[in-house]
Write a protein that binds this ligand. Structure first.
Ligand code: PLP
Length: 345
């Protein structure tokens, strides 16, 4: 095997969406922004549509244009960033539903695309996107008269169910929307797991579909296998890699594997990271290079042709923990140099 192999289990993606949809009291949508969290929207979105997802979410209009090409007419495609300057033609041509985030966006929308569907995004406390209560109060009658497809908000702390912010945002969202007819949505993956109070008519799972926390019961989706290029014995006092960052104290067998930070394997993984050779954990030695990583294979009876960075032994969240980030970033960083295979379609 000459090239690092990233395999993406579409059956696991389908099962994870199904599980989150089953937990949802109303309808479950699917968030496929950032190329389906780095896993390939052209492959992932049709599987989700086939599993029953009817409403998809992307971050920006150009992602919606791509997704429309992938899905064809039918599924609704909502754009979190709303109607930004220059978006009108894309929104119209691909029949996208912008989540309007401000009075400015609302004006832009009705001027450029009168009668074109839209949704509303409200800020219930996260202070990132959406209309604040006062803005909403000023606009709501006009907006509601045009029958928005969805009125949504987003939780800041849903990965910490006990956090007081959740109840506060729920209360704020209810105060802003309890007397409206439009379908409502508050929860992503974390909110789904907090229970029906948070579900309203539609949920918007993302990371859980792709096998990441906070959906602890998710089926793993990605497997990343890296080929061993070469092995060598180093003697005490010899160093390995850039900057002589690791120096052998005892005789050590070192394997060099074919992937690096250009493939989305963060350099910070050098300090605390491991790869797996079968059931044996092998420490990363020295620095992560652009295209290469060196690992300790001293205890292995036989050095395998490939080692696992992500898969059954090590989840995206294990790797994320080691480098002080979240599974979302590990997934969306996965590079373009892997040979990608999709299984379970
Ligand atoms: C990314 C995103 C989601 C999906 O969140 P997950 O935590 O990945 O489930 C839902 N809603 C909004 C507004 C988002 O930005």
């Amino acid at each position: 095997m000459a090239q690092a192999q990233l395999s993406i289990d579409l059956a696991a993606i389908r099962a994870n969406w199904r599980a989150l949809a089953d937990l949802t009291t109303g309808e479950a949508g699917a968030v496929v922004k950032a190329d389906a969290y780095g896993l390939g929207v052209d492959k992932v979105a049709p599987v989700l549509a086939d599993a029953g997802a009817k409403r998809f979410f992307v971050a920006i209009a150009s992602e919606g244009v791509t997704l429309r090409r992938v899905l064809g007419e039918g599924p609704e495609i909502c754009v979190f960033s709303g109607h930004m300057k220059g978006d009108a033609e894309a929104l119209r041509a691909a029949n996208l539903v912008p989540m309007i985030n401000s009075i400015d966006q609302m004006l832009r929308h009705v001027e450029a695309l009168p009668g074109h569907p839209f949704g509303i995004q409200l800020d219930s406390g996260m202070n990132r996107l959406g209309m604040e209560p006062s803005e909403w109060a000023a606009l709501r009658e006009i907006a509601l008269a045009q029958k928005p497809r969805l009125v949504m908000s987003h939780l800041a702390c849903a990965d910490e169910p006990e956090h007081g912010m959740n109840a506060l945002q729920l209360r704020t969202f209810r105060e802003m929307t309890d007397d409206i007819d439009a379908p409502r949505s508050l929860s992503a993956t974390g909110g789904i797991l907090m229970g029906p109070d948070y579900h309203f008519e539609l949920t918007r799972p993302g990371i859980g579909i792709y096998g990441g926390l906070p959906f602890a019961d998710a089926t793993p989706v990605v497997e990343l296998m890296l080929p061993v290029i070469q092995t060598r014995e180093v003697t005490p006092g010899e160093s390995v890699g850039y900057g002589n960052a690791w120096v052998a104290r005892v005789p050590t067998k070192v394997a060099t594997i074919a992937a690096g930070y250009a493939d989305g394997i963060h350099r910070a993984l050098a300090k605390k990271g491991y790869v797996w050779a079968g059931n044996t954990r092998c420490k990363i030695l020295g620095r992560v290079s652009m295209d290469l990583i060196t690992i300790d294979v001293t205890t292995l009876k036989e050095v395998p042709e490939q080692v696992e960075l992500l898969g059954q032994k090590q989840s995206v969240d294990t790797v994320a923990d080691a480098i002080g980030t979240i599974g979302y970033e590990v997934l969306t960083s996965l590079g373009n140099r892997y040979a990608r295979t999709y299984t379970g379609a």
